[in-house]
Write a protein of this length. Sequence first.
Length: 250
Amino acid sequence: MSAPAHRLLELKGFSVAYGPVEAVHRVELHVDEGEIVTVIGPNGAGKTTLLCAAMGLLPSTGTLAMSGETIVRPSVEAMVARGVSLVPEKRELFGEMTVEDNLLLGGFYRWRTGRRDQRERMAEVFAIFPRLQERRAQTASTLSGGERQMLAIGRALMARPRLLMLDEPSLGLAPLVVREVLRTVSSLRAHGVSVLLVEQNARAALQVADRGYVLETGSVALTGTGPALLRDRRIIDTYLGIGKGAAAPA
């Protein structure tokens, strides 16, 4: 019998409100070490809000725990210190800085805490994204959309995260580029990185995910393994664009 998985992130009764309006309602979600977990759902379902609150960017109620330790007041500093990195939807690169300098900024927290391994980390990022090494002297503003997404992920990896949170990595990318980016995301498990992926492209997300959560109007409507959700009639009819009466994917 295989050893039980180590629970990395766990949300219990997790809620987020904008004033009187509750955007995320009592979500129960977890990510185990070595897992890719995705949250899918329509626009306005609360996916980005959930991710931002889990990173400490928005106030929340309920319980958030990392490796069994409850974080009483989640903050960006607290989450980064526990090995969590976020790649936001807009990527937020420094367009006039080079690829290399953007990456070095991603390693600033480690440098500030005395870990001077930025060059080693950069070599690891270049091994994952060889194209970034080819573009290392270019400014970020000259990169293609796919390359910018690679740089945003690479910059987050410079912090050597245990958990990488990705918000809509497919946004604005051509289908072939989406597949390339998500294949790379899938490979991060080999580097000891678990992934929490928020994505509107349900098919692409579920094809790489071990498990998935469907968020609708701020609540979890459905959960299951990636393959099971891909075959679920409710997912096929609502999110995969196949049309009612079509056969489920093999």
